[in-house]
Design a protein around this ligand. Structure first.
Ligand code: PAF
Length: 278
């Protein structure tokens, strides 16, 4: 496995690599959710193609009161996950490699960023798009794999690729869950024992609420069930069209029921597919 810390060496590796090059962008602290994305990337690359993983805790996607400095960094663990997953290139640049001190050009996904997490985290998706666009330009992957847990991020990246005509195929990977249903996330490590015990209630609430016959019934039941989770504070619960992220009013196109919940100081997100009206 090649470890590249500079843009020049990562770019040179990908230019020489056999195609397809399949990218898994991450912020490190790799867990078995990332392991599944890497496995998928390995399958897509086949035995001749190359799997590239980027590890970069991207400062521009953190708000001023968010956890950039305390975001977990676990280099030795990350190396082991990448080696055992058959990764060919690990790109781990320092901040100065990705952003000039006076950088001033960003990529923004205006309409899709207004909803869900974008409403509570202004500037977050601008940071995500800006860094993912840079990764695409540096590594020029043929495919890139993103988890469906961050549904809004996935929808926005797809829109960015479409609108800016990046020649990259975006592949979504179903959310990886713990045995009790909790969506696997680096932030789960912040949960206190009682919060960890309560956390599977989020997925359970989504599943049960999604059975509702109408949009209003789904949202009402979801709010009621989340209200019963000990220590939970609802940030948002929305039924949205899967592609546009607009509120799903007539339930004819694919939909996601998406939620953000605070358990103590930790904000967890999750979402599931909801079947259309037959
Ligand atoms: O999902 C993440 O880990 C990050 O938002 C990403 C896509 C690597 C961009 O920094």
């Amino acid at each position: 496995m090649k470890i590249a810390k500079t843009v020049a060496s990562a770019r040179a590796f990908c230019q020489k690599a056999a195609r397809p090059v399949v990218l898994v962008p991450t912020m490190g602290a790799l867990h078995h959710g990332h392991g599944a994305l890497i496995k998928k990337a390995r399958r897509l690359a086949g035995k001749d193609g190359a799997v590239a993983v980027s590890i970069f805790v991207n400062p521009t996607q953190f708000g001023p009161r968010e956890d950039f400095s305390k975001y977990p960094r676990r280099w030795e663990n990350d190396l082991a996950v990448c080696r055992s997953g058959g990764v060919d290139l690990l790109f781990a640049p320092a901040v100065g490699e990705m952003y000039a001190k006076d950088h001033s050009v960003f990529v923004d996904a205006s309409s899709l960023s207004q909803h869900l997490c974008g409403a509570a985290r202004p500037g977050h998706f601008r940071g995500v798009c800006s860094v993912v666009a840079r990764l695409f330009l540096i590594l020029q992957p043929d495919l890139a794999v993103f988890g469906e847990k961050d549904w809004q991020q996935l929808a926005i990246i797809r829109r960015m690729v479409r609108d800016l005509t990046f020649p990259v195929r975006i592949v979504g990977h179903p959310t990886i869950r713990e045995a009790d249903g909790l969506a696997v996330s680096s932030r789960n490590a912040y949960l206190l024992p009682a919060e960890r015990q309560a956390a599977p209630g989020i997925h359970d609430a989504l599943r049960r609420a999604a059975r509702g016959a109408t949009r209003a019934a789904i949202l009402k039941e979801g709010r009621r069930l989340i209200g019963k989770i000990p220590g939970a504070r609802l940030d948002y619960l929305e039924l949205v069209e899967a592609e546009t992220l607009e509120p799903a009013k007539n339930r004819v196109r694919p939909m996601r029921l998406a939620v953000a919940v605070f358990l103590g100081a930790t904000r967890l997100i999750d979402n599931i597919a909801v079947s259309t009206r037959s």
